[in-house]
Design a protein around this ligand. Sequence first.
Ligand code: HEC
Length: 120
Amino acid sequence: MGRFLIVWSIMSLMLAGSWVVAQVGPSNLKRGQELYEHHCVRCHGKNGDGLGPEAQYLIVPPANFTSMNIRSKTDGDLLTAISSGVLFSPMHEWRDRLSEQEMMDIIAYLRLLSPLNPIS
Ligand code: HEC
């Protein structure tokens, strides 16, 4: 019976895991904006320029999402940075607080703030 329970819990964990992955659907910009304003604005600024109210207290300046450096990064690069954080930086990991879907929503909003347009 004990062994059955263990196998059962592992199976349901695996099922739950694939369910979460399958839930990452089209990005929700509105939700992305809300989450960005709630969690990220204090450092990265309302316009994503890295000039949030707390930026002045940080030794490492927050990333400027309107810079070419960030604009040329892929969604995957940004997702990794948000999910795992940046080493030795106030940019800590968010994966314990945000779901992958929520991070993708935020990235969609960042792209709106700063479109990937090499000309402008
Ligand atoms: C406490 C301040 C702070 C908060 C809050 C914060 N960040 Fe950051 N973030 C930083 C700093 C500082 C860096 C620059 C790290 C470096 O270059 O070493 C950074 C870097 C980044 C980068 C770029 C990494 C790269 O590839 O260069 C992304 C993307 C990012 N933050 C997204 C977010 C998002 C999304 C949120 C909200 C969920 C957020 N940050 C919240 C301070 C913050």
